[in-house]
Ligand binder design. Structure first.
Ligand code: HCA
Ligand code: CU
Length: 444
């Protein structure tokens, strides 16, 4: 049974993520780097289900006429979406289409809830001679969109002038003016990632003033590393809809990462933009995506374990005493529930003492820990490829220093007994460690 729901009964939230992992995200070169090339139907369904469970209500996909596989996937995703309607409410499936009857017809036939239409408006994206030709392009787009609006009043229509930030304002207006009565959203894609936050704020404000009845949608590429800040700026300027992908993947360096955007709004205490998003699912959904790409969650992704990983000796010592010293942001609320301390050449005796005593259970005092540290630091730079520093450290402790395990009584095994020499600190420090979930391990 096919399910449908009219957009006119949906009250959009203050921020609606339009996730385009399945469209823009599929254009990432990372899929090629790993000889994977495309998301399988099963991958797509898993990604789509995770997004819906996370609270995303708008999902963008390719026009079904891109390839027979995309057409089959569209149908499969629609079916999987329908299964979640009772549990999660309705999610709108939007087809990314050129302003071209073939794309439009294919999307409508496939049962898309909306059309994300686009057309090149900048000098570079369409090689027109300024003025007349643009007007002609705009008029043709307008005729098509007006007709769709008339024939399919239930369809959610969006129009984007591709490469909007290299399009002169008056050119954009010339095209958008005629289309405005027929669409519910205008996109302002920064197709090649040239926009600065100031330019974004100005554009969004201008468009909002000129088209008060049309919502704005942001789509920002990361060529300059501005995709996140531009998305935040556009939200601040009043764009209700933002295009994101998981891990920010997309063409070239990609677009805004969904979890990075929501994480920043949370840090800025913009809670009313976060209505309905299951923020604790952020890290798990990033891990799922990384897995699909056959890689780890990238270190530049704000919602990552890397952001709770500590390698320098001074940081590690501080982390053992108080996790907040080098962790300022509430990553645990975004599902990164553990900190990680990497044993290695930069580790100091404090952490080595902690590791050997608390994690391994050796009978060791501070003087011995310092001596072991000196020996370990001499050897670790020559560590054979593939061997773990923690194993090397244990070997030093056992073979060079003859350390023995403490015979911990059965009932205390598994209890963190940090700083056993100073029992007054034990409960306090132990609690902090537990709360932050410090995890000591060496990178394999
Ligand atoms: C593309 C270009 C696009 C479209 C964005 C939009 C861009 O890959 O087709 O439709 O709003 O960045 O301009 O992703
Ligand atoms: Cu894009």
């Amino acid at each position: 049974m096919s399910v449908s729901f009219s957009f006119k009964y949906y009250q959009p939230r203050k921020l609606e993520i339009i996730d385009t992992t399945l469209r823009e995200g599929s254009q990432t070169s990372l899929l090629h780097d790993h000889y994977k090339y495309f998301f399988t139907t099963a991958d797509k369904i898993e990604i789509m289900r995770s997004l819906i469970l996370y609270g995303v209500k708008f999902i963008e996909m390719f026009a079904p006429n891109v390839s027979p596989q995309e057409a089959a996937d569209f149908a499969a995703i629609k079916e999987a979406r329908d299964e979640l309607v009772v549990q999660c409410g309705y999610t709108f499936l939007l087809a990314h289409v050129r302003c071209h009857p073939a794309d439009v017809e294919a999307a409508i036939k496939a049962g898309a809830d909306g059309l994300n239409m686009y057309m090149g408006t900048s000098d570079v994206s369409r090689n027109y001679s300024h003025g007349q030709a643009l007007e002609e392009i705009g008029r043709r787009g307008q005729t098509l969109i007006e007709q769709i609006h008339k024939d399919y009043p239930e369809l959610i229509l969006r129009f984007s002038g591709e490469d909007a930030f290299r399009t002169r304002e008056e050119d954009l207006f010339r095209v958008y003016d005629g289309i405005a009565p027929f669409v519910s959203r205008f996109g302002t894609p920064d197709t090649v990632g040239v926009a600065t936050p100031g330019a974004v704020a100005r554009r969004i404000q201008l468009l909002r003033e000129r088209y008060p009845q049309v919502d704005m949608e942001g789509h920002f590429h990361d060529d300059r590393g501005f995709a996140l800040v531009n998305a935040l700026e556009s939200v601040r300027a009043g764009a209700r809809y933002i295009n994101t992908t998981l891990l920010g993947v997309g063409e070239r360096s990609g677009i805004t990462s969904m979890t990075a955007l929501l994480f920043n709004l949370f840090i800025d205490k913009q809670y009313d933009y976060l209505d309905g998003y299951h923020l604790r699912g952020s890290y798990p959904i990033n891990v799922l995506m990384a897995d699909k790409l056959r890689k780890l969650v990238p270190s530049k992704e704000p919602v990552s374990l890397t952001n709770r990983t500590h390698a320098a000796g001074v940081h590690q010592k501080a982390m053992i005493n108080s996790a907040s010293t080098y962790e300022a942001n509430p990553l645990d609320q975004f599902g990164v529930t553990e900190s990680e301390i990497l044993l290695g050449p930069l580790s100091g005796w404090n952490v080595i003492h902690y590791f050997l005593k608390e994690i391994c259970g050796f009978d060791i005092d501070e003087t011995t820990a310092k001596a072991i540290t000196t020996s370990f630091k001499k050897q670790v730079y020559n560590i054979p490829y593939g061997e773990s520093p923690s194993q090397m450290l244990i070997n030093v402790a056992e073979k060079e220093f003859g350390l023995q395990l403490i015979n911990v009584p059965e009932q205390f095994r598994g209890t963190i007994a940090q700083n056993l020499t100073d029992t007054s600190k034990m409960a306090e420090v132990g609690e902090v460690t537990h709360a932050s979930g410090v995890l000591l391990r060496s990178k394999q």
